[in-house]
Design a protein around this ligand. Structure first.
Ligand SMILES: Cc1ncc(COP(=O)(O)O)c(C=O)c1O
Length: 381
């Protein structure tokens, strides 16, 4: 017999359906205009070969324990050392996912008398970390440098004694625009605080040799960076770059690092190879750059929208149901484009999030923009 308590969940789902906010899993199909596999590495033969070679050498699929116990494999340590050298960070810790890394960081490092100031569009994983933190938190309007500083001044004036933490993304995941990093690094330094830069969508694509948009700031001593490995790097997990003392503190205090099985050593082997590919295959970034310039012109001419300047292009629709219907039309015609709705984005800003990757060619970009212009017309309110 089904428990009567199930009814509450059914009612919530029915409410989501009424507001066109219900989600369901769907298979991968159609031309990829939605993944974060920006450099086309996820299926790259060189990455697969590196993982096969690691299997041949006896690297296990499972770590078998947490990092502080038997799960600390030499491949994790090799990856962390190589990543620290690559990104110019004093130390790097490898986590099973970017979500876990953000939760660990924000729930562990900011202390009770600290303040976390974050951008209004910051990722859900940062918000979840902040909600488990003992520090005070303040949200500021998207990209507003002065508002970050004003929030810190206000907190100090009210007796705030600890350190401020500024949390931003370097390339915003749903808008494709950039955070004002140098100005924020300067504010963090001036107020004796830290800047945390989530590089999830910039790693591999932007910055010197794909090192992200905070590249060069890592050595400042007060800048922490998060490089996720499941997007442009094509594998999974996340590399958190930070000062050595803070890394040691995380190893002692970050609950999701301590009380969790270490990431698969095979995935760590894959990430090591992906970092080598960043250095050996710069042509991937040049090809993506050329593709972005081409796509930008197509977005402008076929859809009348201003290109975001990155591989993430939002096409604003507003209404949830209409965004869903347009996405469905695109999927029916073989283009994998998804509608992004609240709460992932603010109310009234439902959109199509188009990503440009090396998994498509120019002809497919042209065909997609032409079909999208027509689909938007067909669904005119
Ligand atoms: C900005 C940002 N941070 C963190 C994450 C989480 O990373 P992961 O997918 O490795 O858990 C994502 C992924 O969606 C993201 O977009």
């Amino acid at each position: 017999m089904i428990s009567p308590a199930i009814g509450r969940y059914e009612a919530t789902l029915a409410g989501l359906r009424r507001k066109s906010r219900l989600r369901a899993l769907m298979p991968q199909q159609g031309i990829d205009f939605t993944s974060n596999d920006y450099l086309g590495l996820a299926c790259a033969p060189r990455l697969a070969a590196a993982i096969s070679a690691a299997i041949e050498e006896g690297v296990p699929a499972g770590a078998g324990g947490s990092r502080l116990l038997r799960g600390n494999h030499w491949v994790h340590e090799a990856l962390e050392a190589e990543a620290a050298a690559f990104f110019g960070a004093e130390r790097v810790l490898y986590f099973g996912s970017g979500f876990a890394a953000n939760v660990a960081l924000f729930s562990t490092l900011p202390q009770r008398d600290d303040l976390i100031v974050h951008d209004a569009l910051i990722h859900a994983s940062v918000r979840d970390g902040i909600s488990s933190s003992k520090a005070a938190a303040a949200v500021v309007p998207h990209g507003d440098v002065e508002a970050f500083e004003a929030a810190i001044r206000h907190w100090r004036a009210a007796g705030g004694k600890g350190s401020p933490w500024i949390a931003v993304e370097s390339l915003y995941s749903m808008d494709g625009d950039r955070g004002p990093l140098p100005a924020l690094a300067e504010i963090a330094a001036r107020h004796g605080g830290f800047l945390v830069v989530d590089e999830a969508h910039a790693t591999g694509v932007f910055g010197r040799g794909g090192r992200g948009l905070a590249s060069g700031l890592e050595s400042c001593g007060n800048v922490l960076t998060l490089h996720t490995c499941g997007k442009a790097l094509g594998v999974s997990g996340a590399l958190l770059g930070l000062p050595a003392v803070l890394a040691d503190y995380m190893v002692n205090r970050a609950r999701s690092f301590i009380y969790s099985t270490a990431p698969s050593p095979l995935m760590a082997a894959g990430v090591r190879e992906a970092l080598r590919m960043m250095e050996d295959e710069p042509e991937r970034r040049s090809r993506l750059d050329a593709m972005l310039a081409f796509a930008g012109e197509e977005f402008r001419s076929k859809l009348g929208i201003t290109p975001s300047g990155s591989q993430i292009q939002p096409v604003m629709i507003g209404d949830n149901a209409r965004a869903l219907r347009i996405a469905q039309r695109m999927q029916d015609d073989g283009f994998d484009i998804r509608a992004i709705r609240p709460p992932t984005v603010p109310d009234g800003t439902a959109r199509l999030r188009i990503s440009i990757t090396l998994n498509v060619d120019e002809g497919q970009i042209t065909a997609m923009t032409e079909r999208l212009a027509a689909a938007i017309e067909e669904e005119r309110p």
